[in-house]
Design a binder for this molecule. Structure first.
Ligand SMILES: O=C(O)CCC(=O)C(=O)O
Ligand SMILES: [Fe+2]
Length: 195
């Protein structure tokens, strides 16, 4: 499948490096999104993993769960009908098929994901990642690896779709920063192709 130019230049998309990133605010309707958010929060067997930094161990500041069909990631659960339905919507927009999805649950403003790029070898060198968000609006920051002052921010709204195109992970890092403002629950789905 060929990747198409998805959305007209509008709103938040303005100024983003569109070769690498495209944003569409209303992939899934608000009401349906609310029901999905509630179901994901209640029915997902969430895990809080441990991450190592400078030889110290920390609890990852969010909850996670993997679904799909791969034996490369331990504990991956079989697709649910909801996740399959969303996958079927994003695949034609991304122009590729996905065999896994990572669910992230940000319980409040203290939950976050630090600067990183998704470049694990199990996704190949130029992964395309489709990201769908529900619940609280959080800022998705990206910065150029070679020049951290080149930086953009997109507010990922309830029911929105963000396409991370091939090449993004190589040259850019992204994060969801912590926030001092009161923040409600947010769920993010990143559909990936694990090889
Ligand atoms: O929550 C998000 O929008 C991003 C999550 C992310 O970057 C990841 O899981 O690799
Ligand atoms: Fe990421």
């Amino acid at each position: 499948m060929e990747q198409m130019a998805l959305f007209p230049e509008a709103g938040q998309s303005k100024g983003l490096p569109k070769n690498f990133l495209e944003y569409f605010p209303e992939l899934i309707g608000a009401l349906q999104g609310r029901q999905l958010l509630k179901k994901f929060i209640e029915k997902t067997p969430w895990k809080q993993t441990i991450q190592k930094l400078w030889d110290k161990e920390y609890l990852t500041p969010r909850l996670t769960c993997w679904y799909g069909e791969t034996d490369r990631i331990a504990g991956t659960l079989p697709w649910t009908p909801e996740l399959q339905a969303i996958r079927d919507i994003v695949e034609p927009l991304a122009g590729i098929s996905f065999n896994t999805v990572l669910l992230n649950y940000y319980r409040d403003g203290n939950d976050s994901v630090a600067w990183h790029s998704d470049k694990e070898s199990i996704m190949g060198s130029q992964p395309v990642i489709a990201s769908v968000s529900f619940g609280e609006v959080r800022s998705f920051d990206i910065r150029n690896k070679a020049d951290h002052s080149e930086k953009y921010s997109v507010r990922l709204e309830h029911g929105s779709f963000l396409l991370m195109k091939s090449g993004l992970q190589e040259n850019w890092e992204h994060r969801i920063a912590k926030s001092n403002k009161p923040m409600k629950a947010r769920i993010n789905l990143t559909f990936r192709s694990v090889i």
